[in-house]
Design a protein around this ligand. Structure first.
Ligand SMILES: *[C@@H]1O[C@H](CO)[C@@H](O)[C@H](O)[C@H]1NC(C)=O
Ligand SMILES: *[C@@H]1O[C@H](CO)[C@@H](O)[C@H](O)[C@H]1NC(C)=O
Ligand SMILES: *[C@@H]1O[C@H](CO)[C@@H](O)[C@H](O)[C@H]1NC(C)=O
Ligand SMILES: *[C@@H]1O[C@H](CO)[C@@H](O)[C@H](O)[C@H]1NC(C)=O
Length: 476
């Protein structure tokens, strides 16, 4: 009983006894045969690569029985043989691991090609060699024969068409080709061949000869217009193009976009000027290009080099020369005994006058106003009048042996002067001139006392003295 138990324990713990049991199994290699029940510690078994595998370089195919009764081996000492790159034309392949024995690859065809056969392959073993078990074909995808059209034909269409090939059409004389002249063979999502578009149409296209009111053609002058012909329009002066200036004759024999219109351009009411008015009345709108003659208002005259014509422009605004009428000038006023104060003498200017001292102004200003065809001052030129016109002096005083020149019936007004002179043989002593000055608001007075006329005798002595002297010398 005890022995049995011991034997069982020894079987369960083989290492204890320094032996290894069954050597390990590998997919890539097999141990030498025949296999034994047990192997002693330290023994090396030389494995052999299984078919499809070759020895991995630098690795040992030896498996050793260790002292603790387990087998030791280097990992993957045999590796699969390579199937190499599969030769697939017009396609490619893809793999997840490698191209070695046992690997699987998937094929895809280039665009325009369709895979014929199984899409995957495995690297398999046959007669001790590895190779791909399937290499499919990538066939180019064919298109059905190109469509036949009416009133036109295929150019070089008598052949087979596969992906990428193109075919062209032409139309019979007088027929317009609508659409693409060339279509090519392509593929749909299901890798079926299809044409890139519908075949073109051959149609008779005739657009009517286009006319635009108030406009003219700038190009496309012919009268017959067929598919894709274009005509360009411009508008007459005073009109604005509304729509497209260029139209094209389309497949349905109409112009696209629709023919434009030439809409008249209007200006608003005629402009108003301070200095001029229109010679004729116009309404609230005038066609572009309208010209209005203006005439200068009274007090103004046409400015040199300026036009008095106002024009309605094509942008709907009125245009005029600036200040085409200028103010007329009044004659330069003159005032005696006074000054004129003014910057200018133009129409509507007010000038002021001042008098020199001693003179009184009868009117202080004048305005340049319209007068007849021109301008003139609104009042007669002012004048400066002597001040104190009512102040009178009495007759100037008379003197002995002399006289003054104031007449008997003269009025001696303020400012007037009289002159004195002495009779022969008398000498004037004092001022010879007297002036009448104001004493107050109403009466005047002579400004100085009159002179004197003196000494008639002295004149005689002066005359006789040389005579007496002469007589004395001559002892008469
Ligand atoms: C036996 O020993 C080796 C190294 O000496 C060790 O790597 C291995 O894990 C051991 N095996 C067991 C079953 O103890
Ligand atoms: C390989 O092919 C599969 C399916 O054919 C695809 O899903 C995958 O992205 C491809 N891998 C590469 C690396 O091209
Ligand atoms: C003509 O072909 C071009 C490109 O090939 C395409 O974009 C266009 O839509 C085609 N036109 C018609 C009318 O089919
Ligand atoms: C242009 O013409 C269309 C109709 O022909 C009209 O509705 C539109 O107001 C016009 N545009 C101008 C700016 O006159």
């Amino acid at each position: 009983m005890a022995l049995r138990w011991l034997c069982a324990m020894l079987l369960a713990l083989p290492g204890v006894w320094g032996v290894c049991q069954q050597p390990p199994r590998f997919v890539f290699a097999e141990p030498p045969t025949p296999l034994k029940e047990s192997y002693p510690t330290g023994i090396e078994l030389r494995y052999k690569c299984r078919p499809g595998y070759v020895m991995a370089s630098g690795k040992s195919p030896k498996v050793t029985c260790l002292s603790n009764s387990s087998w030791s081996a280097t990992s993957d000492f045999c590796i699969g043989k390579s199937c190499g790159l599969p030769d697939i034309r017009n396609g490619k392949f893809n793999y997840t691991t490698n191209l070695l024995f046992g690997a699987t690859i998937t094929y895809t065809c280039n665009i325009g090609y369709r895979l014929v056969g199984k899409p995957s392959a495995q690297c398999v073993l046959k007669d001790k060699e590895v190779y791909w078990d399937n290499i499919p074909e990538c066939d180019s995808i064919p298109c059905s024969p190109p469509p036949v059209i009416e009133n036109g034909q295929l150019i070089n269409g008598d052949r087979d068409f596969t992906f990428g090939m193109a075919v062209s059409y032409s139309c019979d004389r007088d027929f317009a080709l609508i659409g693409n002249a060339t279509i090519h063979c392509t593929v749909d999502d299901n890798l079926e061949g299809m044409w890139s578009g519908p075949a073109p149409e051959c149609k008779v296209v005739r657009c009517e000869n286009p006319k635009v009111k108030n406009g003219k053609r700038l190009s496309g002058f012919g009268t017959k217009h067929t598919y894709k012909n274009t005509v360009t329009f411009g508008c007459n002066p005073g009109h604005l193009l509304n729509g497209s200036g260029v139209v094209t004759c389309e497949a349905d024999s109409t112009w696209k976009p629709p023919l434009p219109t030439c809409d008249p351009i209007y200006c608003g009411p005629a402009p108003q000027f301070l200095f001029a008015e229109s010679e004729r009345a116009v309404g609230d709108s005038s066609l572009a290009g309208t010209k209005l003659m203006y005439r200068c208002k009274p007090g103004y005259t046409a400015a040199h080099g300026m036009s008095s014509v106002v024009t309605c422009l094509s942008d709907g605004t009125w245009s005029a020369d600036p200040d085409f009428c200028i103010r007329q000038e009044c004659p330069h006023p003159m005032i005696e005994n006074g000054d004129v104060i003014a910057d200018n003498f133009l129409f509507e200017t007010v000038v002021t006058f001042i008098c020199h001292s001693g003179y009184e102004l009868k009117k202080s200003s004048a305005k340049c106003v319209v007068s007849g065809d021109g301008v003139d001052w609104d009042t007669a030129p002012p004048y400066c009048k002597r001040q104190f016109p009512d102040v009178l002096c009495g007759e100037p005083p008379t003197i002995d042996n002399g006289m003054h020149n104031g007449g008997k019936d003269t009025e001696f007004v303020h400012g007037s002067t009289v002159a004195y002179k002495c009779n022969d043989g008398f000498i004037l002593v004092g001022e010879a001139f007297l002036q009448c000055i104001a004493r107050d608001q109403y009466s005047g007075v002579w400004n100085k006392p009159p002179p004197e006329c003196r000494g008639g005798a002295n004149i005689i002595i002066v005359g006789i003295l040389p005579l007496l002297l002469a007589m004395l010398v001559m002892n008469i």
